[in-house]
Design a binder for this molecule. Sequence first.
Ligand SMILES: CC(C)(COP(=O)(O)OP(=O)(O)OC[C@H]1O[C@@H](n2cnc3c(N)ncnc32)[C@H](O)[C@@H]1OP(=O)(O)O)[C@@H](O)C(=O)NCCC(=O)NCCS
Length: 194
Amino acid sequence: MLKHETRALVRPVRPSDLPYFVRGFAQLSAESRHLRFFSQASELSPKQLKFMTEPDHRQHEAWGALDLKGPEPTGIGVARYVALPERPGVAEVALTIIDAYQNHGAGTLLHACLHLTASRHGIHTFYYDVLWENSKFLRYLRSIGARVTGSEANVASLELPVYAAPRDVPQNDGTSVRFARLLHDVMTATPVDA
Ligand SMILES: CC(C)(COP(=O)(O)OP(=O)(O)OC[C@H]1O[C@@H](n2cnc3c(N)ncnc32)[C@H](O)[C@@H]1OP(=O)(O)O)[C@@H](O)C(=O)NCCC(=O)NCCS
């Protein structure tokens, strides 16, 4: 259950999720597209869609959330890591939550799921490229322990340890305490058949 009584199904992405990606991208605001993709592309290419919906669940993982409230499930968002071939044990992360669902806790929940999978597959560090103007997301990442490791033009590079347990998360404020609690919840959740 997310904030505002949104009941969500959370699970790894599979190829049959492709229609959710097409519809979800169409629902993203220009601002969110810019913050996530650093561009104003109007649609995802077939190549991008294939890549996004076919993670190998080890070196490339994507967790998605679906809203179960209506007659048909609708996409809420997705969090993904992709291992960097030139840096063993390091994976690049990106998160996208459809605007109508932002601030409901879905981003933090999916991010916690990524930590769980990565820690089980030998990934120890997450890497993020974030526009400097994306101040809320930068604040969120820093709250849970990310460090800025580089800056080029308008993009900040950050690194964060992959957390295998809630006790490893530095819990200094509400954001990090929330993240640690959700990490605990996903680690102890009982999987449903979905
Ligand atoms: C950034 C993003 C993934 C956060 O997901 P979310 O589901 O809205 O976040 P949550 O509700 O779990 O909140 C997590 C924190 O993110 C912060 N946040 C970051 N960007 C935000 C945004 N655009 N809207 C609302 N909250 C945002 C919140 O303040 C919150 O901090 P808090 O715990 O101190 O309140 C989402 O807003 C989004 O998809 N934005 C557009 C794309 C993007 O910026 N991606 C990140 C770069 S890859």
